[in-house]
Design a binder for this molecule. Structure first.
Ligand SMILES: Nc1ncnc2c1ncn2[C@@H]1O[C@H](COP(=O)(O)OP(=O)(O)O)[C@@H](O)[C@H]1O
Ligand SMILES: [Mg+2]
Length: 408
């Protein structure tokens, strides 16, 4: 039998491809259509070099508009130019990882030479004082980026921002600038007026990319990957159009490009065409749905499964009554507690929000109103993914066909 890798090695042009530039961790050094934003932020940071303090900054913009990439690029440039010349620290923190005040202050305090702060165990007061002393003795400028800061504030409130600003005002020889990044355009409304006025931040909004912008970004990335000749113009245009329909999300566009290229390679095709893009898009959507389904709580899985079974037995638009019955049946077969209609109703609205089902209120004339529940995703795939859960092993050998006839 032919070696399974042969088809890749036979095509020497594939050896010149550099597909890692499509990975999420890749930080490009050119960012088309973000030159203006980059210059604005760089001008602010550059105050460090003329003995002034940069202003605090909040960067707003929807997902995939280049906020994280721009700031990481600037951080890299800043570190490079100040290395060995000036005490500058650029600290990038993602607030989903650093999700409490202790770990943020600890990271800032340990970024410079001084007394080491343990990652846990000290009182907040001691962490704060040690961090402040370390930073002041070090004599330099810190820029701390709090990416996805809205999540932090929703979880912990805005006291952290206050503490960092207080620390900054207590420093004699050093300074700290805060850069917050958020997807939430209303973020500053969450802030306490006291924090807001002290922050006195510069606001920068990253607007969504247009279809043409995305085309430029993609073409640039194709060049970096050395695959410009492998991808047709039509495929690039299609991805750009699709991405601009989804809020101009460059992340999704790049991911779709990567998946389309991989698909064409594994099919042994000579170019990436529109058809690859369509298939890749379906695959990504399927993967995303599968991921969502897998992470649902057990009870919710059973609920989704019962809606999928209703659909398979011909009831694509089920009333809440149908859904309750089907759910009760499955839950008892699975050997799990049966939840109240109230809880089920809550779960249904969560599922609606996740896009797994759609729930619409329908008027039944003089019989009042009822909700119509419809599965928004493929029922047999849904069934397959949910039944992978070991806790539902009792449902594996369940006679669905028979059951469907009995209860539906
Ligand atoms: N103008 C641009 N030029 C090149 N690549 C970009 C541009 N904007 C975004 N990207 C890329 O798109 C992806 C998403 O960008 P990211 O900065 O993570 O978005 P955000 O943080 O706003 O959600 C990253 O891979 C990034 O490199
Ligand atoms: Mg980001």
């Amino acid at each position: 039998m032919e070696n399974i890798f042969n088809k890749y090695l036979e095509r020497t042009e594939l050896n010149t491809f550099d597909l890692k530039v499509f990975e999420p961790s890749f930080v490009p050094s050119r960012m088309p259509h973000r030159e203006k934003e980059m210059t604005l932020i760089a001008d602010n940071f550059a105050k460090i070099f003329i003995g002034a303090s940069p202003k605090n900054e909040i960067i707003y913009g929807k997902s995939g508009t280049g906020k994280t990439a721009v700031i990481k690029f600037l951080g890299r440039e800043l570190k490079e130019i100040s290395h060995g010349k000036k005490n500058v620290e650029f600290i990038y923190l993602n607030c989903q990882v650093k999700d409490n005040a202790y770990s943020v202050i600890e990271s800032i305090g340990n970024a410079v030479k001084g007394e080491q702060i343990p990652f846990t165990g000290w009182s907040m007061d001691k962490v704060y004082t040690t961090a402040r002393n370390n930073i002041d003795r070090w004599n330099g400028s810190i820029i701390v980026v709090l990416d996805e800061i809205d999540r932090f504030v929703i979880k912990n409130g805005d006291d952290l921002l206050y503490q960092i600003m207080l620390m900054n005002s207590e420093l004699q020889n050093s300074s700290i600038t805060i850069v917050g990044i958020t997807n939430d355009l209303k973020f500053s409304e969450f802030l306490d007026p006291r924090v807001k006025s002290r922050l006195n931040e510069e606001k920068i909004v990253f607007t969504p990319y247009s279809s043409d912008d995305i085309t430029d970004i993609l073409n640039d990335r194709l060049k970096l990957a050395n695959v410009s000749n492998f991808v047709t113009e039509g495929a690039v245009r299609l991805i750009s159009t699709l991405a601009s329909q989804e809020n101009g999300d460059a992340r999704k566009a790049i991911e779709l490009m990567k998946t389309s290229i991989q698909l064409a390679i594994s099919n042994n095709d000579n170019t990436v065409e529109e058809r690859h893009v369509f298939i890749a898009k379906n695959k990504l959507e399927y993967d995303a749905v599968a991921e969502t389904l897998k992470t649902l709580p057990l009870q919710t899985k059973v609920l989704v499964l019962s809606i999928a079974l209703l659909k398979e037995s011909g009831i694509a638009q089920a009333s809440t009554g149908d859904v309750f019955d089907a759910y009760r049946n499955l839950a008892s077969s699975a050997g799990i507690p049966i939840l109240t209609p109230r809880r089920i109703t809550d779960m249904l609205s969560d599922l609606d929000m996740l896009g797994i089902i759609s729930a619409k209120v329908k008027s039944m004339g003089r019989y009042g109103r009822t909700k119509i529940i419809e599965l928004s995703i493929n029922s047999s795939e849904t069934k397959k993914i949910i039944l992978e859960d070991e806790n539902l092993s009792k449902l594996k050998n369940y006679n669905y066909a028979k059951q469907a006839k009995l209860i539906f």
